[in-house]
Structure formats: C-alpha cells, structure tokens
Design a binder for this molecule. Structure first.
Ligand code: CAO
Length: 410
C-alpha cells in the first residue's frame, strides 16, 4: 500500500528531541527522511544516557526510526556543495539547531528561496523574534517560560515540570502540522515557505486553559480549584481536572506510589456513583446532590469516594465505575504501559530489532491513516546510508565517492 508522504524527500538536520520527533513522524507517514549528522560523532543523543556500551542509546533509537543516516560535514566546502545539491532536490528541510547556527554556515532563508524555491524550510527554536530569540532552549526551559511549570504541582510545593515532553515533542507535533500545511499550499502557489515553531509558543498553546483561568480570576476566585487563597496569577491546582467537571486522583489498594485512579464527577452520573459506593444516605441533600452544592466542599466529596476506592485496586475501581459510566482512568505506571495488551495491539508499544542492541521497545505512531499504514522500523546506524544516498540522490560514483570519504566529508 502507498504512503501519504511517498515521494517527499526531507533533509533532516535535527538533533536531540524536538526536531527528531517531527521528522520521525514524517518518516512514519512515508517521507524519505535523510538525517544529516556530523561525521564520526552523529547526533549527540547517540551517546547520551546509554544503557549498553558502544550501542546507540534508546534516546536516539526511539526518536529516529524509519530514517536514513548520511554523515556530512557541513563546515567542509565539499560538504556544503553536497548539502546544497541535496537541498535543491528535496521538498523539506527541518532543523532545530541553536539560533543562527545554519546562518553561520551560509544556509539562510534568503539563499534557500533562490536556490530551492519549492523547499519548505521548517525550524524549531526556543523563542520567537524579540527579547529571547538568541537564547538556547531545552524541554524544561520551555515548560518554565510557556506557563506549564508555574501551573503544575501543588500550591505548597515548587513549580514542577511535567513528564510529558510538551516543550520538545509538543513543538514537534506543531511543526509537523505546519509542514503538512505548507506542502499543501505549495500545490496552489508552486512555492515552498518558511515554517517556524517556538517551543515557548507551543507550550503556551498547550496551556491555553490556564490563560482562560487567568482572565476568570480577575472576576473572582476559581471555585473548582482546591486552593483556599488566590493571588493575581493562576495557582498550581494539584490534580484538579482543569475542565468544567471536577476530578481528582484517588488512592486505591494496596497503596503503592501509582495505585491511584482519576475520577471525574459528571452531574448525571452522581446518583449511580453514590449508590455504587454504598452512600445512598447522601441522596436528597442539596449540598451533595447538586454540582453547585458540591463545588464548595469538593475535597470532602472526593474523600468520601476515596473511602471506597481505597478498598479496591485501581483496576477493580476502573471496572466498577466504567460499568456505571463514570469517567475514570487508572494511573498507568511505565510497567503498566509496556505490558498493556491493547496498547500493543494498537501498535503503540512495538518491538523493534536492532543489529547492535537486539530487541527494544518503541512507542508507535499515534496517527492512524486507513490508506497509509505505519510500520515502525529501526533507527539507522551512523552513516549507514551515506554512500547509497550520495549515489542515488546526487549521482556520485567511483572516485568521487571515494574522495569524499578519504577527505572526511562523510
Ligand atoms: N557538520 C558539521 N557541523 C555541524 C553539523 C554537521 N553535520 N550539524 C551541526 N553542526 C554544528 C552546527 O553548525 C553548530 O555549530 P556552531 O555552533 O559552530 O555554529 C553546532 O553543530 C550545533 O550548535 P547548537 O547551538 O545547535 O548545539 P548546542 O549543543 O550548543 O545546543 C540546543 C543544543 C538544543 C540547546 C540548541 O540546538 C537549541 O537551542 N536548539 C533550538 C531549540 C531546540 O530544539 N531545543 C530542543 C532540544 S531537545 O531538548
């Protein structure tokens, strides 16, 4: 079966996490993603957080599947020539180097428009133009400056980062959307365009509800928050749901660190819920029976439900509450995730074979297209496809190929 992005060639000058996640998705959708890496060392993540000596790290293998690796020294004059040849024959360039890194090599938007007018030039930086534009950024810096940290955690604790990589992988997904839109628009205009995502902007976009609450706060306290006092900015709200229906993480048996279930109280399932937990005595009492009545003492409401959940495992509570249509979800720890049958059947936890490390687990592709199935293949070894790419795409042969290798260009 064909793939959605078949025939699209991507020059992948990404490293670490934010860029590689985006180009991995382009590859899963069928693009030919050629990852350019510095000869000899490659993407820094190949050697970071290694679990096995001399083997590409899981950090690298899990973010670079389905790509081809071309080592190319972009600071060498011959490397530059080959890069430009490749760019002229490609559809998309994706990069996430520090501010100005490509410009310093003469790879500017102005020149790209002249040399490769159909090319979509996509970048991730920490920040947009202005005060912060020259600053480098990592995941947690974006979380700090995009609103996630100040609003995550409990009010009596420090600002807290979230485990979901919303700065890096969140920016990657935003960039993917921009690239696909630019490729579509190219059908009308015949031209590529520049697509830019700032990690701070991506995180802020994901914190939209907190700016909603900031404005609500100017008109009075946020009743659904667990906090008793409010200042001028939105406080950390622990495990409050953030939506229109209250929710909380409730303890379950046997009381381990992840023995919790998240329960949301919808008004129309309240009666069923209290019957299920054997608290019919609460029915008929407006302080308990109406959403407005419950709002003023949500902590008490949830501790009553917790009195029942603590007697059962999170899976038992999930079954019992799901059976009466109460929205709830057990807290999955990483062991639960990799063992979950349905995630495996859905292709979200996949086993991949690697020549150096054997079998490893990858998180699969959450996009499911009926006409473009995704097969997750292993990440490339460093420079594994250098010669084949130079031969196939740029037509280099024999002595020309031998020379670039001898001179350390690839
Ligand atoms: N051949 C030769 N040189 C190469 C090369 C190649 N194939 N590929 C990259 N390089 C060089 C670049 O030209 C650049 O050199 P100069 O510094 O001399 O200009 C250098 O490698 C990369 O620079 P950098 O600033 O990107 O790298 P860093 O490790 O100092 O910073 C990071 C890393 C992530 C902070 C920075 O890249 C950044 O801010 N990126 C944008 C935001 C981002 O994506 N952050 C997410 C990171 S994931 O948590």
């Amino acid at each position: 079966m064909s793939k959605a992005l078949e025939g699209i060639r991507v020059v992948d000058m990404t490293h670490v996490q934010a860029g590689p996640v985006c180009t991995q998705m382009l590859a899963w959708l069928g693009a030919d993603v050629i990852k350019i890496e510095p000869p000899g060392r490659g993407d820094v993540t190949r050697t970071q957080l290694r679990d096995l000596p001399d083997v590409d790290s899981l950090y690298f293998t899990m973010l670079n599947s389905n790509k081809r690796s071309l080592t190319l020294d972009i600071k060498h004059p011959r490397g530059q020539e080959l890069l430009w040849e490749l760019l002229r024959r490609s559809d998309v360039l994706v990069e996430n180097f520090g501010p100005g890194a490509l410009d310093r090599q003469g790879i500017t938007w102005e020149r790209l428009q002249e040399e490769a007018p159909r090319l979509v030039y996509a970048s991730i930086k920490g920040f947009g133009p202005g005060d912060y534009e020259d600053a480098k950024a990592y995941e947690t810096i974006a979380q700090a400056m995009g609103g996630a940290m100040s609003t995550t955690g409990f009010q009596d604790g420090p600002p807290t980062s979230t485990g979901a990589q919303i700065g890096d992988s969140g920016s990657a997904v935003h960039l993917l959307a921009g690239i696909l839109a630019a490729l579509l628009q190219r059908h009308q205009t015949g031209r590529g365009q520049r697509v830019q995502v700032a990690m701070q902007h991506a995180v802020l976009n994901l914190c939209r509800v907190k700016i909603r609450d900031h404005q609500r706060l100017q008109h009075g306290p946020l009743a659904e928050y667990p906090n008793s006092e409010f200042g001028k900015s939105v406080p950390r709200s622990g495990n409050a749901s953030g939506g229109g229906q209250p929710g909380w993480a409730l303890r379950c048996r046997p009381g381990g660190p992840d023995d919790f279930i998240y329960v949301i109280i919808q008004p129309h399932v309240w009666e069923r819920l209290v019957r299920r937990i054997d608290r019919e005595d609460l029915l008929g009492n407006p302080a308990w029976d109406t959403p407005e009545g419950r709002l003023s003492h949500l902590d008490e409401v949830f501790s009553v439900i917790e009195g029942w959940t603590m007697l059962h495992t999170k899976w038992e509570v999930f079954d019992a509450f799901s059976a009466i249509d109460v929205p709830c979800g057990p807290v999955f720890d990483t062991g639960d995730l990799v063992a979950d049958d349905s995630l495996r059947r859905n292709g979200m936890i996949v086993e991949v074979e690697h020549p150096d490390r054997g079998t490893y687990l990858n998180v699969g592709c959450p996009l499911r297209l009926s006409d473009s199935p995704v097969e997750v293949n292993r990440s490339p070894l460093l420079g594994e496809h250098s010669e084949v790419v130079l031969r196939e795409v740029l037509g280099l042969e024999g002595e020309e190929l031998a020379l670039v290798r001898r001179e350390g260009v690839i």
